[in-house]
Ligand binder design. Structure first.
Ligand code: NCD
Length: 325
């Protein structure tokens, strides 16, 4: 959705219209292979910029509101770092209970308040569809930083960028999604994004944490191969990417059920020995035991590189949305 706000009235020389300018980022469905290639190219430039100079003044004078109703380390701080490294500023609202939210203020009113002060709003919220609601009310661009069990589009962008960086291609890959595929929003977004490419999926989970059936059907409807398995040993020798996720404790009504599945998969050196030497091991983090620390030194363990990529991707997106990329 294009927003009609003051950015639109900026002088042409003052901004670059790149297909992202002034737009919300709510779902990976908004992307295409061309748009992804563009963002990845800019992210690559952002990496060079950070390595060479640390920061730039591209977004000087711009303000980002970082509004988090759920906990976050990587997403909140990488959005903040991205803005600061481009010379912008941040209003961090990561403790909503200290804001007027605790007085009962609604999401629409909170975003309409913040957009009086900021040029772009990053929102994480426990309810599916909350980012869309915020975007419906806000004139300024809204970026979905996770809406409950729905989507986490910027995470999927950095995940895909990492696969590209690690393996040098996005077509013809065998990808296993492992863990909590039911509640894991990063899996939902990444599966949709990978469906733009020639991907073969293996959805590896305990029975009660299977990927929602409409998502499996969606991948198959695009002509892609998708199988559901419970034992990671059935696929480990064959796959190019293993994307491991945490069991999402906060989404369970019955903690006994959580306890019964939480340690279902543990990636350790013995399992890694069965994988291809070229396989890449990813995790959106935080991990709570699914990947043992002993695996961290394995060159195939990409999760720390993956999280650094998050900052470059978010720098690219912010510059694009604010018309400076
Ligand atoms: C993920 C999330 O919040 O969905 N974390 C993140 O943004 N890197 C994954 C998770 O919490 O398990």
């Amino acid at each position: 959705m294009t927003k009609s706000h003051s950015l639109r009235t900026a002088q042409p020389a003052d901004r670059i219209d790149n297909g992202f300018f002034g737009k919300d980022v709510l779902s990976v469905r908004q992307f295409s292979r061309e748009k992804l290639a563009y963002i990845f190219g800019v992210a690559d430039e952002m990496r060079t910029l950070v390595r060479r100079f640390g920061s730039a003044d591209l977004l000087s004078g711009k303000v980002l509101a970082n509004l988090f109703y759920e906990p976050s380390t990587r997403t909140a701080s990488s959005f903040m770092a991205a803005m600061l490294r481009l010379g912008g500023n941040v209003i961090p609202i990561t403790e909503v209970h200290y804001s007027s939210v605790s007085k009962g203020e609604s999401l629409p009113d909170t975003v309409r308040t913040l957009e009086c002060y900021a040029d772009v709003i990053v929102l994480r919220h426990p309810e599916v569809g909350s980012a869309q609601i915020a975007a419906d009310y806000a004139q300024k661009p809204v970026i979905n930083a996770g809406d409950g069990v729905g989507e986490h589009p910027t995470q999927a962008l950095l995940d895909l960028f990492t696969i590209w960086e690690e393996l040098g291609r996005l077509d013809g890959l065998k990808v296993a999604m492992v863990g909590d595929l039911k509640y894991g929003r990063t899996v939902h977004s990444l599966t949709r994004l990978l469906s733009f490419y020639d991907t073969e999926f293996f959805f590896v989970s305990p029975d009660i944490l299977r990927l929602p059936s409409d998502m499996v059907a969606e991948a198959r409807a695009r002509g892609l191969k998708a199988s559901e398995v419970e034992d990671v040993h059935d696929v480990i020798a064959d796959i190019d990417v293993m994307y491991v996720t945490r069991v999402q404790k906060e989404r369970f009504h019955d903690l006994a059920v959580y306890e019964s599945v939480k340690d279902h998969y543990v990636v350790d050196p013995a399992l890694m020995q069965l994988a291809k030497p070229t396989m890449t091991l990813m995790h959106p983090l935080p991990r709570v035991g699914e990947i043992s620390y002993a695996v961290d030194q394995d060159p195939r363990a990409a999760y720390f590189r993956q999280m650094e990529n998050g900052m470059f991707i978010r720098m690219a997106l912010l510059a694009a949305i604010l018309g400076k990329a």
